[in-house]
Structures are given as C-alpha cells and as structure tokens.
Design a protein around this ligand. Structure first.
Ligand SMILES: O=P(O)(O)OC[C@H]1O[C@](O)(COP(=O)(O)O)[C@@H](O)[C@@H]1O
Length: 320
C-alpha cells in the first residue's frame, strides 16, 4: 500500500495533538525566564520524545536546521518507530522563542504531517510571503504586485474600499517601505512582533481577526507550515525563497531546489492532504496559553485536517 493510502489522518491527528501538547507543556517552566535557547530546547526534546513513540516512518523535512547545526529534529532526521506509513513532518517546536522568554502573547508549538514526499523541503532561509483567506478568485493578488496593487486588487475582489483592508505584517525594519506604502493607500496595518504562522492563519477568518491579507518576509520553514494550515482552513499563500548569500543558495541546492526565483503556491508547498496541530504556550489570538488548573495544566490545541476540513479546538488537562 502506498504511503498516501496508509496515511490514516483520523488516528494520526490525535497523536499529533499529543506531540504538540507535550512540547508546549515542556516550555512552561521557561516562560518569562529570559532564556530563548532553553525554552526552544525544552520544546525540541519533548517533541522528539513524543514523535519517537508514534508508529510512523517519519522524516523531518522542516525542522530545527541542517544536520550539522541542529543536534535534534534536524532536516532529514528519521523519527517514529519505523512501523507505519512513511510521512513528511514539518515542525517548529516553539514558534516564538523570544516571546516565550519574555512571557509575551502568541507563542505556539506547531507541527504538521503529510504522506512521504509531499512537502516542500524548504531550506532555513527567508521567504517572501503573501496570503489571503478563502473565497477569492485564484491568484487574486501576487508577489509581483506592489503592496499598493495588492490592496487595490483585494479590495476590488472583496467589494470594499482599500481603506477597509487590513494587512498583517511582521514589524521589522526591512518592512518599513512596504508598511508606509500600505498606509498611503489607506490600508490598516496590523503589526506583529513575531509568529508569522499565526499571522498567515489569521487571514482565513477575517470576521474574527479583522485581518484580510498577510505579507512580508519571514522564515521559509514557517512558510511551509503556514501553507499546510491554509490547506486545512482554505485560503491562498504564495512564497518565494530569498537568499542573502551563496551559503544560503547552497542550502537550497542541497534541498534539491534548482529554480531559485520560483514562486510556490500553497498546493506546491504541500501537495497532498495534511494534518496540522498548534498548541498555545502563551495566550494568543489563535489559541489560549498554558493554564494552571489546580493540580493540572490545561492546554488548548487547534487540530486541523485538510481531507475532511475538520477544525477541532481541544482542551486537555494534564495532571502535574
Ligand atoms: O525574526 P526574523 O529574523 O525576522 O524572522 C522571522 C521569523 O521569526 C519568527 O517570528 C519566530 O520564529 P522562532 O521563534 O521560531 O525563531 C517566525 O514566525 C518568523 O517567520
């Protein structure tokens, strides 16, 4: 049987939620402790241990970095018992290391899984990203448009004025010009300090979040994770890898990427059905953070399946 046929998303999704929960729980003693590395390491250790218990023949395609720079959950690492379907795994054990260290909102653990060979092996470089929610015509906006053109095109498709469009952007000096141009056309700019996986996901539910579009550069691994989430939630995302030097281009070559200027759509980043889990570490706009409840800790996990379109929001009490 092929890996896709063996990919039982009903069973695997619950297992994935547990992996995500354990990574979040491991971060708890490190929230607000000012030590980003320790928080990340705790999440990595827990995620790896839990993945080791699953009956999968997993390969980390989006992980903590290249084999020589990440001792655990490096790109290409095999995880799971080896007895089960071949799967690709994309993970970010702690999306928001800095915000966890500072006890600020919106830190998450994120993991997704799909049949083997169906996720883009994005190197650890930046990616220029653009995303919109469901319900728009295909390619309603594009990475080749200016920020102004994107807002105008989206407003036209939505049937509103550019001034009614809200765009989520990571607050970074490199985005200053784009932010100025967005404001010039009348758009509202929703700035986030970190965490663009959640930023992208926010545009899938504008009625709740108020966000219509995501744009800007961030980690390429986070781009593939966000593409998996959008495959479950609906919406479109486009990503183009950005290279700052030859070393980064070499990383792409190692990952088998030859066309360095290619724009990847959502379904080119994740080509098959996918499952996705995110658990809150600190409370944010996507999921609640870890909550002490007497002698247990409560987690909230968003669990998504693209095949069925199911969106499950699960709370779980973990005895201390
Ligand atoms: O901080 P930079 O270099 O702009 O990178 C942006 C990336 O960092 C993050 O904000 C946080 O990433 P980590 O906490 O996982 O390191 C991502 O969501 C985003 O893609």
């Amino acid at each position: 049987m092929s890996d896709a046929a063996q990919f039982d998303d009903t069973i695997l999704s619950l297992a994935l939620a547990r992996v995500s929960e354990q990574a979040a729980l491991a971060c708890r003693p490190l929230i607000g402790r000012g030590d980003e590395k320790a928080a990340d390491q705790a999440a990595v250790n827990a995620m790896r241990e839990e993945l080791g218990k699953l009956d999968i023949a997993g390969v980390v395609v989006i992980g903590e970095g290249e084999r020589d720079e990440a001792p655990m959950l490096y790109i290409g690492e095999e995880v799971g018992t080896g007895n089960g379907p071949g799967v690709d795994i994309a993970l970010d054990p702690l999306e928001g290391t800095t915000i966890t260290a500072k006890a600020m909102p919106n830190a998450l653990t994120v993991i997704s899984m799909a049949p083997r060979g169906t996720m883009l092996h994005a190197p650890d470089v930046y990616m220029d990203k653009l995303a919109v929610g469901p319900g728009y015509p295909k390619d309603v906006v594009s990475l080749d448009m200016s920020p102004r053109e994107r807002v105008e095109a989206l407003a036209k498709a939505k049937g509103c004025a550019p001034g009614d469009i809200t765009v989520c952007v990571l607050e970074r000096p490199r985005h200053q010009d784009a932010i100025a141009e967005l404001r010039e056309v009348g758009a509202s700019v929703y700035l986030i300090g970190d965490g663009d996986v959640a930023g992208v996901m926010h545009c899938t539910d504008p009625e709740t979040t108020g966000i219509d579009m995501y744009m800007g550069s961030g980690g390429a691994p986070e781009g593939v994770l966000a593409a998996g989430a959008l495959k479950c939630l609906g919406g479109q995302i486009w990503g183009r890898l950005l290279f700052r030097n030859d070393d980064e281009k070499g990383r792409a070559a190692k990952a088998g990427i030859t066309d360095l200027d290619r724009v990847y759509s959502r379904d080119e980043m994740v080509t098959a059905d996918v499952i996705f889990a995110a658990t809150g570490v600190t409370t944010g706009s996507l999921v609640a953070g870890l909550k002490p409840r007497g002698d247990s800790i409560e987690t909230e996990t968003l669990l998504l399946r693209s095949r069925t379109g199911e969106r499950r929001r699960m709370t779980c009490r973990h005895p201390l």
